[in-house]
Design a protein around this ligand. Structure first.
Ligand SMILES: [Zn+2]
Length: 253
């Protein structure tokens, strides 16, 4: 939904018709395609351009806010406010340079459309964050020895996969090894790291968990999580002898 609102061509009459209905947009597109009469082609093209330009502004303000996440680490609510402030600042200008569009004169645009778009996309993001769950685990390639490697996604309905978790367990030794958690930039700082770690503990209760290749910025995360978890979540690379070759590979990557 977030992607559809910010990246796909908007249906002509959006958002007048039932923007809250998840399946509403598709029917709308078909109806608009069928409705040819009533306006000249030039008006049609110009209006579409203006709507596209407004969408590009909302999208670019979103992307710029996402780009700040490395330094700002904003949680969902604070992110929404920062995005809103950025959009507000852009729309207060007389004109703005937008990637792929050149200079856009704000007065020629429908700013209400921009704010509707912001509200809907912001809501879609919040809903995806609230709804995100771990998908069923898939076994990865066969391991040597007793270790078993798995992968699952953190996904939210229509948004699809928001990130990926790779790990392995060694039942005989009672240990689990988190190999990688990766989320695309727009889904950073949404609590999915915590969600992923909880999933691991729920799926394989009673294991002691280790991590590999911890990035410097993730150290604090594991330390905070450790306080609420019964598993030590240690960064010790020697989870058990069976992971030796695996740990070396993960650290190198
Ligand atoms: Zn082992």
């Amino acid at each position: 939904m977030l992607v559809r609102l910010l990246w796909k061509p908007l249906p002509e009459s959006w958002p007048q018709v039932a923007p809250r209905r998840p399946a509403g947009l598709r029917g709308l597109v078909i109806r608009i395609r069928g409705k040819a009469a009533g306006m000249s082609r030039d008006d049609d093209v110009e209006r579409r351009m203006r709507r596209g330009a407004m969408q590009a502004i909302v999208r670019e303000s979103f992307q710029q806010t996402v780009a700040e996440q490395d330094g700002e680490h904003r949680g969902p609510a604070v992110f929404a406010e920062a995005w809103k402030a950025r959009l507000s600042a852009v729309l207060a200008q007389e004109s703005v340079e937008v990637t792929g569009w050149g200079e856009i004169v704000i007065a020629e645009l429908d700013t209400d459309l921009g704010w509707s778009l912001y509200e809907a996309a912001s809501r879609a993001r919040a809903e995806a964050i609230a709804r995100a769950v771990g998908t069923p685990g898939r076994r990865r390639e066969a391991d040597d020895g007793p270790t078993v490697s798995y992968e699952f996604s953190i996904a939210a309905g229509e948004e699809g996969s928001l990130g990926r978790v790779r790990y392995a367990i060694c039942e005989p030794c009672g240990v689990g090894l988190l190999k990688k958690i990766s989320f695309s930039p727009e889904w950073q700082c949404c609590g999915f790291g915590t969600l992923a770690l909880r999933e691991l503990e729920t799926r394989h209760p009673g294991l002691t968990w280790y991590t590999t290749g911890q990035y410097a910025h993730a150290q604090g995360f594991y330390q905070r999580y450790r306080r609420r978890s019964t598993s030590p979540w240690t960064a010790d690379q020697r989870a058990c002898p069976h992971f030796d070759s695996l740990s070396a590979t993960a650290s190198a990557g």
